[in-house]
Design a protein around this ligand. Sequence first.
Ligand code: AVI
Length: 326
Amino acid sequence: MSAISLPKLPAIASSPVAVEVLNGLTERPKTLSPWLFYDQKGSQLFEEITELPEYYVTRTERQILAEHAEEIVTAAAGGRDLSMIELGAGTATKTGLLLNAAVGLQGSVIYYPIDVSESALEEARTRLEAELPEVIVEPIVADYTEGMRQNSASHPGRKLVLYIGSSIGNFSPADALEVLRGVRAQLLPGDCLLLGTDMVKDVDTLLAAYDDAAGVTARFNKNILVRINRELDANFNPKLFRHRARWNEEHKRIEMHLESLLAQKIALRALDTQVRFALGETIHTENSYKFTHERATALLTRAGFKLRQQWTDANHWFTVYLAAAC
Ligand code: AVI
Protein backbone atom coordinates (compact mmCIF):
# COMPACT_ATOMS: atom_id res chain seq x y z
CA MET A 1 0.00 0.00 0.00
CA SER A 2 1.46 3.37 -0.91
CA ALA A 3 1.79 5.98 1.86
CA ILE A 4 -0.57 8.94 1.64
CA SER A 5 1.39 12.16 1.84
CA LEU A 6 -0.33 14.78 4.01
CA PRO A 7 0.63 18.45 3.81
CA LYS A 8 3.09 19.01 6.65
CA LEU A 9 3.36 22.08 8.84
CA PRO A 10 6.86 23.04 9.97
CA ALA A 11 7.97 22.06 13.51
CA ILE A 12 7.27 25.65 14.66
CA ALA A 13 3.53 24.82 14.56
CA SER A 14 3.86 22.76 17.75
CA SER A 15 5.95 25.35 19.64
CA PRO A 16 4.36 26.81 22.81
CA VAL A 17 3.96 30.20 21.09
CA ALA A 18 2.21 28.67 18.07
CA VAL A 19 -0.12 26.55 20.20
CA GLU A 20 -1.05 29.53 22.39
CA VAL A 21 -1.64 31.83 19.41
CA LEU A 22 -3.66 29.31 17.46
CA ASN A 23 -5.86 28.42 20.43
CA GLY A 24 -6.25 32.01 21.62
CA LEU A 25 -7.09 33.56 18.26
CA THR A 26 -9.65 30.90 17.38
CA GLU A 27 -11.50 31.37 20.71
CA ARG A 28 -14.51 33.68 21.11
CA PRO A 29 -13.70 36.24 22.44
CA LYS A 30 -10.11 36.11 21.22
CA THR A 31 -7.42 35.90 23.90
CA LEU A 32 -3.63 35.78 24.13
CA SER A 33 -1.80 34.76 27.27
CA PRO A 34 0.25 37.49 29.02
CA TRP A 35 3.42 35.38 29.10
CA LEU A 36 3.67 36.23 25.40
CA PHE A 37 4.49 39.85 26.37
CA TYR A 38 7.90 38.95 27.72
CA ASP A 39 10.26 38.59 24.79
CA GLN A 40 13.38 40.76 24.97
CA LYS A 41 11.60 43.93 23.80
CA GLY A 42 8.55 43.26 26.02
CA SER A 43 10.74 42.76 29.10
CA GLN A 44 12.47 46.04 28.30
CA LEU A 45 9.11 47.82 27.92
CA PHE A 46 7.93 46.35 31.23
CA GLU A 47 11.05 47.78 32.93
CA GLU A 48 10.07 51.16 31.43
CA ILE A 49 6.52 50.76 32.78
CA THR A 50 7.88 50.29 36.30
CA GLU A 51 9.44 53.79 36.08
CA LEU A 52 6.33 55.58 34.79
CA PRO A 53 4.75 58.25 37.01
CA GLU A 54 1.31 56.61 36.64
CA TYR A 55 2.54 53.08 37.48
CA TYR A 56 2.58 53.38 41.26
CA VAL A 57 2.91 49.59 41.77
CA THR A 58 6.69 49.12 41.73
CA ARG A 59 7.71 52.23 43.62
CA THR A 60 5.03 51.71 46.30
CA GLU A 61 6.17 48.16 46.97
CA ARG A 62 9.82 49.26 46.92
CA GLN A 63 9.06 51.91 49.53
CA ILE A 64 7.34 49.34 51.78
CA LEU A 65 10.31 46.97 51.46
CA ALA A 66 12.80 49.80 52.09
CA GLU A 67 10.99 50.78 55.28
CA HIS A 68 10.43 47.31 56.68
CA ALA A 69 13.14 45.02 55.26
CA GLU A 70 14.78 44.36 58.63
CA GLU A 71 11.49 43.62 60.35
CA ILE A 72 10.41 41.31 57.51
CA VAL A 73 13.63 39.32 57.45
CA THR A 74 13.81 39.07 61.26
CA ALA A 75 10.22 37.81 61.45
CA ALA A 76 10.81 35.25 58.66
CA ALA A 77 14.06 33.94 60.15
CA GLY A 78 12.63 33.39 63.64
CA GLY A 79 16.17 33.20 65.07
CA ARG A 80 17.46 30.72 62.47
CA ASP A 81 19.58 31.11 59.34
CA LEU A 82 17.53 32.18 56.35
CA SER A 83 17.90 31.42 52.65
CA MET A 84 15.79 33.24 50.06
CA ILE A 85 14.10 31.96 46.93
CA GLU A 86 12.49 34.38 44.51
CA LEU A 87 9.79 33.37 42.01
CA GLY A 88 9.98 35.19 38.67
CA ALA A 89 12.97 37.13 39.94
CA GLY A 90 13.81 38.87 36.64
CA THR A 91 16.67 41.28 37.29
CA ALA A 92 15.82 41.29 41.03
CA THR A 93 15.90 45.06 41.43
CA LYS A 94 13.88 45.23 44.69
CA THR A 95 15.34 42.12 46.27
CA GLY A 96 18.60 43.84 47.27
CA LEU A 97 16.71 45.57 50.10
CA LEU A 98 15.77 42.22 51.67
CA LEU A 99 19.12 40.57 50.96
CA ASN A 100 20.92 43.49 52.53
CA ALA A 101 18.76 43.13 55.65
CA ALA A 102 19.52 39.39 55.79
CA VAL A 103 23.27 40.09 55.51
CA GLY A 104 22.93 42.54 58.40
CA LEU A 105 21.18 39.89 60.46
CA GLN A 106 23.25 36.79 59.71
CA GLY A 107 26.44 37.88 57.91
CA SER A 108 25.73 36.16 54.58
CA VAL A 109 22.75 34.70 52.75
CA ILE A 110 22.11 32.22 49.94
CA TYR A 111 19.75 33.58 47.31
CA TYR A 112 18.04 31.37 44.67
CA PRO A 113 16.40 33.55 42.00
CA ILE A 114 14.08 31.50 39.77
CA ASP A 115 13.20 32.78 36.30
CA VAL A 116 12.77 31.49 32.76
CA SER A 117 15.06 34.24 31.47
CA GLU A 118 18.72 33.23 31.78
CA SER A 119 19.91 36.69 30.71
CA ALA A 120 17.84 38.44 33.43
CA LEU A 121 19.26 36.05 36.05
CA GLU A 122 22.82 36.69 34.86
CA GLU A 123 22.23 40.44 35.12
CA ALA A 124 20.88 39.96 38.65
CA ARG A 125 23.85 37.82 39.66
CA THR A 126 26.46 40.23 38.29
CA ARG A 127 24.85 43.26 39.97
CA LEU A 128 24.20 41.58 43.33
CA GLU A 129 27.67 40.05 43.55
CA ALA A 130 29.19 43.49 42.94
CA GLU A 131 26.88 45.34 45.35
CA LEU A 132 26.52 42.71 48.05
CA PRO A 133 29.46 40.24 48.05
CA GLU A 134 28.03 38.49 51.14
CA VAL A 135 25.11 37.24 49.03
CA ILE A 136 25.70 33.84 47.39
CA VAL A 137 23.59 33.88 44.23
CA GLU A 138 22.47 30.47 42.88
CA PRO A 139 20.28 31.18 39.81
CA ILE A 140 17.71 28.57 38.74
CA VAL A 141 16.59 28.83 35.10
CA ALA A 142 13.12 27.27 35.22
CA ASP A 143 9.45 28.04 35.70
CA TYR A 144 8.20 28.43 39.27
CA THR A 145 7.07 24.90 39.87
CA GLU A 146 10.15 23.25 38.45
CA GLY A 147 12.41 25.81 40.13
CA MET A 148 10.85 25.22 43.55
CA ARG A 149 11.24 21.48 43.05
CA GLN A 150 14.93 21.89 42.19
CA ASN A 151 15.37 23.93 45.34
CA SER A 152 13.49 21.56 47.63
CA ALA A 153 16.70 19.68 48.52
CA SER A 154 16.78 20.25 52.23
CA HIS A 155 19.42 22.50 53.66
CA PRO A 156 19.45 23.65 57.24
CA GLY A 157 17.65 26.80 58.24
CA ARG A 158 14.51 28.53 57.17
CA LYS A 159 13.38 29.39 53.67
CA LEU A 160 11.75 32.64 52.68
CA VAL A 161 10.01 32.50 49.29
CA LEU A 162 9.59 35.93 47.70
CA TYR A 163 6.65 36.36 45.39
CA ILE A 164 6.61 40.11 45.05
CA GLY A 165 5.75 42.65 42.36
CA SER A 166 2.02 41.75 42.28
CA SER A 167 2.77 38.94 39.83
CA ILE A 168 0.13 36.81 41.59
CA GLY A 169 -2.43 39.32 40.22
CA ASN A 170 -1.85 38.12 36.66
CA PHE A 171 -3.38 34.71 37.51
CA SER A 172 -7.08 33.88 37.77
CA PRO A 173 -8.13 33.17 41.38
CA ALA A 174 -8.10 29.41 40.69
CA ASP A 175 -4.64 29.49 39.09
CA ALA A 176 -3.27 31.75 41.85
CA LEU A 177 -4.41 29.20 44.42
CA GLU A 178 -2.74 26.41 42.48
CA VAL A 179 0.53 28.37 42.24
CA LEU A 180 0.62 29.06 45.98
CA ARG A 181 -0.33 25.47 46.83
CA GLY A 182 2.56 24.35 44.63
CA VAL A 183 4.91 26.63 46.58
CA ARG A 184 3.53 25.38 49.90
CA ALA A 185 4.14 21.77 48.85
CA GLN A 186 7.90 22.43 48.65
CA LEU A 187 8.17 24.07 52.08
CA LEU A 188 8.43 22.81 55.63
CA PRO A 189 6.18 24.13 58.40
CA GLY A 190 7.58 27.46 59.60
CA ASP A 191 9.15 28.38 56.23
CA CYS A 192 7.68 31.63 54.95
CA LEU A 193 6.18 33.28 51.90
CA LEU A 194 6.39 37.02 51.24
CA LEU A 195 3.55 37.96 48.89
CA GLY A 196 3.15 41.42 47.31
CA THR A 197 -0.41 42.29 46.25
CA ASP A 198 -1.80 45.38 44.56
CA MET A 199 -4.98 46.54 46.28
CA VAL A 200 -8.37 47.72 44.94
CA LYS A 201 -8.36 51.52 44.72
CA ASP A 202 -10.06 54.35 42.86
CA VAL A 203 -10.66 53.47 39.24
CA ASP A 204 -8.99 56.58 37.76
CA THR A 205 -5.69 55.73 39.44
CA LEU A 206 -5.92 52.15 38.21
CA LEU A 207 -6.81 53.07 34.64
CA ALA A 208 -4.00 55.64 34.41
CA ALA A 209 -1.50 53.02 35.60
CA TYR A 210 -2.46 50.73 32.71
CA ASP A 211 -2.95 53.46 30.06
CA ASP A 212 -0.14 55.95 30.65
CA ALA A 213 0.13 59.29 28.87
CA ALA A 214 3.46 58.41 27.20
CA GLY A 215 1.92 55.30 25.61
CA VAL A 216 4.49 52.83 26.99
CA THR A 217 1.81 50.38 28.17
CA ALA A 218 0.17 50.61 24.74
CA ARG A 219 3.51 49.68 23.12
CA PHE A 220 3.94 46.84 25.65
CA ASN A 221 0.47 45.49 24.78
CA LYS A 222 1.00 45.82 21.00
CA ASN A 223 4.44 44.21 21.23
CA ILE A 224 2.60 40.89 21.46
CA LEU A 225 1.55 41.41 17.81
CA VAL A 226 5.10 42.30 16.79
CA ARG A 227 6.30 39.10 18.45
CA ILE A 228 3.71 37.02 16.58
CA ASN A 229 4.75 38.66 13.30
CA ARG A 230 8.37 37.72 13.95
CA GLU A 231 7.89 34.24 15.35
CA LEU A 232 4.97 33.04 13.24
CA ASP A 233 5.55 35.03 10.06
CA ALA A 234 2.29 36.93 10.54
CA ASN A 235 1.28 40.31 9.13
CA PHE A 236 -0.37 42.21 12.00
CA ASN A 237 -0.11 45.98 11.61
CA PRO A 238 0.03 47.20 15.25
CA LYS A 239 -1.23 50.63 14.09
CA LEU A 240 -4.52 48.99 13.15
CA PHE A 241 -5.15 47.96 16.78
CA ARG A 242 -5.90 50.20 19.76
CA HIS A 243 -4.68 49.55 23.30
CA ARG A 244 -7.59 49.36 25.76
CA ALA A 245 -7.44 49.19 29.58
CA ARG A 246 -10.73 48.48 31.38
CA TRP A 247 -11.74 48.05 34.99
CA ASN A 248 -13.89 44.94 35.55
CA GLU A 249 -15.80 45.71 38.74
CA GLU A 250 -17.30 42.24 39.09
CA HIS A 251 -13.93 40.48 39.08
CA LYS A 252 -11.96 43.37 40.59
CA ARG A 253 -9.39 43.35 37.82
CA ILE A 254 -7.85 45.60 35.20
CA GLU A 255 -8.15 44.02 31.78
CA MET A 256 -5.96 44.85 28.81
CA HIS A 257 -7.30 44.35 25.30
CA LEU A 258 -6.26 45.10 21.72
CA GLU A 259 -9.14 46.41 19.64
CA SER A 260 -9.21 46.06 15.87
CA LEU A 261 -9.77 49.45 14.22
CA LEU A 262 -11.26 47.87 11.10
CA ALA A 263 -12.47 44.59 9.66
CA GLN A 264 -9.29 42.79 8.66
CA LYS A 265 -7.78 39.43 7.84
CA ILE A 266 -4.41 38.43 9.30
CA ALA A 267 -2.18 35.75 7.78
CA LEU A 268 -0.23 33.49 10.15
CA ARG A 269 2.00 32.10 7.44
CA ALA A 270 4.04 29.72 9.62
CA LEU A 271 0.76 28.07 10.64
CA ASP A 272 -0.70 28.22 7.16
CA THR A 273 -3.82 29.89 8.46
CA GLN A 274 -5.72 33.19 8.53
CA VAL A 275 -7.62 34.94 11.31
CA ARG A 276 -10.44 37.41 10.72
CA PHE A 277 -11.23 40.43 12.87
CA ALA A 278 -14.48 42.37 12.78
CA LEU A 279 -14.41 46.14 13.30
CA GLY A 280 -14.11 46.71 17.08
CA GLU A 281 -13.32 43.06 17.85
CA THR A 282 -10.82 42.63 20.70
CA ILE A 283 -8.04 40.32 21.83
CA HIS A 284 -7.99 40.02 25.63
CA THR A 285 -4.30 40.01 26.54
CA GLU A 286 -4.06 40.42 30.32
CA ASN A 287 -5.89 40.45 33.64
CA SER A 288 -4.36 42.20 36.60
CA TYR A 289 -6.39 41.31 39.70
CA LYS A 290 -6.52 43.80 42.54
CA PHE A 291 -6.94 42.51 46.08
CA THR A 292 -8.87 43.31 49.19
CA HIS A 293 -7.36 42.26 52.51
CA GLU A 294 -10.08 39.59 52.82
CA ARG A 295 -9.30 38.08 49.42
CA ALA A 296 -5.54 38.07 49.98
CA THR A 297 -5.79 36.39 53.39
CA ALA A 298 -8.37 33.86 52.15
CA LEU A 299 -6.00 32.94 49.30
CA LEU A 300 -3.08 32.46 51.70
CA THR A 301 -5.16 30.38 54.12
CA ARG A 302 -6.59 28.14 51.39
CA ALA A 303 -3.07 27.57 50.04
CA GLY A 304 -1.87 26.29 53.45
CA PHE A 305 -0.28 29.41 54.93
CA LYS A 306 -0.95 31.28 58.15
CA LEU A 307 -0.71 35.07 58.03
CA ARG A 308 2.02 36.40 60.31
CA GLN A 309 2.28 40.10 59.52
CA GLN A 310 1.48 42.63 56.83
CA TRP A 311 2.84 46.00 55.75
CA THR A 312 1.22 48.65 53.60
CA ASP A 313 1.82 52.24 52.42
CA ALA A 314 0.06 55.39 53.65
CA ASN A 315 -2.59 55.16 50.87
CA HIS A 316 -3.16 51.40 51.37
CA TRP A 317 -2.44 50.95 47.66
CA PHE A 318 -0.15 47.93 48.03
CA THR A 319 0.32 45.27 50.72
CA VAL A 320 3.19 42.94 51.49
CA TYR A 321 2.09 39.82 53.41
CA LEU A 322 4.36 37.53 55.40
CA ALA A 323 2.78 34.12 55.88
CA ALA A 324 4.19 30.90 57.34
CA ALA A 325 3.65 27.40 55.94
CA CYS A 326 1.31 25.57 58.34
C1 AVI B 1 3.85 41.93 35.86
N1 AVI B 1 2.56 42.43 36.32
C2 AVI B 1 2.49 42.45 37.79
C3 AVI B 1 2.17 43.73 35.72
C4 AVI B 1 0.79 44.17 36.28
O1 AVI B 1 0.72 45.29 36.80
O2 AVI B 1 -0.16 43.39 36.21
C5 AVI B 1 2.12 43.65 34.22
C6 AVI B 1 1.67 44.94 33.58
N2 AVI B 1 0.78 45.02 32.62
C7 AVI B 1 0.63 46.28 32.29
N3 AVI B 1 1.37 47.03 33.03
C8 AVI B 1 2.07 46.20 33.86
